[in-house]
Design a protein around this ligand. Structure first.
Ligand code: OGA
Ligand code: MN
Length: 287
């Protein structure tokens, strides 16, 4: 196995390992360390069935249950579908209900930060990709925490350490998709409290745990909290701290939602894009 850094301390390409085959423990541990170090890693030419994807991803930890909306196209029930193709193989239009819902992925986010127990790693496997566009971008939240000096208004950086934010997918989708959820879904996906500063248990590194689902700061006027979240998210996505992945079929990218923000980019909606994602669940609530 070979690990080739992409940028200084952020992103790596890993080669010389077949993720569809059993991986010896010592190689797996080296792989796990490389993911933690880089925040996002990419592999080429990985032909994986859903079962292979699940089996590999489970070694990083027990998987999270996908949202019902993200289960279609005959996908394994432990895997999230990200595709503009429906159960019958027809293209989903951007103006269709599911097309509007999927627009949420265009905003910088950390997967499932709106859930009571947020996830850790996302493992995304590309099946079919458009000939251009449709990249996925990653930004380093750790460098954001380390480099952002504050103050925010009259509030010093140190004073932000113990703040709590409200995260909600109802909120984040309202920013780009409108009011798309049923009353039942709104009940099931009520806002969740998360720490503004999330510490990575394996590396000890800290991040500002922001992104689109992060709405506002508990105990602050809503607009003041939203402005802080915008400031920190904006600082995180500085162009020189972004890795932009241009997909080929059978690329596989693993990112750590504790270390990076990510977003999808637009593409020609008449072309097919099919991606399957396994998501590793967290150990428990962060607070
Ligand atoms: C995801 C995601 C963006 C993309 O898989 O969680 O946000 O480019 N993907 O498909
Ligand atoms: Mn995502």
């Amino acid at each position: 196995m070979k690990v080739t850094p992409i940028q200084d301390g952020f992103g790596a390409e890993i080669s010389g390992v077949d993720l569809s085959k059993p991986i010896p423990d010592d190689t797996f541990e080296a792989l796990h360390l490389a993911i933690d170090e880089a925040g996002v890693v990419m592999f080429q030419d990985q032909v994986l069935s859903d079962i292979d994807l699940v089996e590999f991803s489970q070694r990083l930890g027990p998987l999270e249950q996908p949202l019902k909306r993200d289960q279609y196209g005959g996908i394994d029930e432990r895997v999230t579908m990200l595709a503009n193709v429906d159960d019958d193989g027809n293209l989903i239009k951007l103006s269709d209900k599911h097309g509007i819902y999927m627009k949420g992925n265009l905003l910088w986010h950390s997967d499932s930060s709106f859930k009571p127990v947020p996830c850790t790693y996302s493992v995304l496997s590309a099946k079919e990709v458009p000939s251009e566009g449709g990249k996925t971008e990653f930004a380093d939240l750790r460098a954001c925490y380390d480099d952002w000096e504050g103050p925010y208004g009259d509030i010093e950086k140190e004073e932000l350490e113990d703040l709590v934010c409200e995260h909600s997918i109802i909120y984040s989708r309202s920013l780009i998709s409108g009011d798309i959820f049923s009353d039942q879904e709104k009940k099931e996906m009520s806002p969740q409290r998360q720490p503004l500063v999330r510490t990575h248990p394996r590396t000890g590194r800290k991040v500002y745990y922001v992104g689109s689902h992060c709405s506002h700061v508990e105990g602050w006027p809503v607009e003041k909290g939203r402005a802080l979240v915008r400031e920190l998210s904006g600082f995180c996505v500085r162009p020189d701290h972004i890795y932009s992945h241009r997909w080929k079929p059978n690329d596989l990218v693993i990112w750590d939602n504790r270390s990076v923000l990510h977003r999808g980019r637009t593409y020609d909606p008449t072309q097919r894009r099919i991606m399957h994602r396994a998501t590793v669940g967290g150990d428990g609530p962060l607070l």
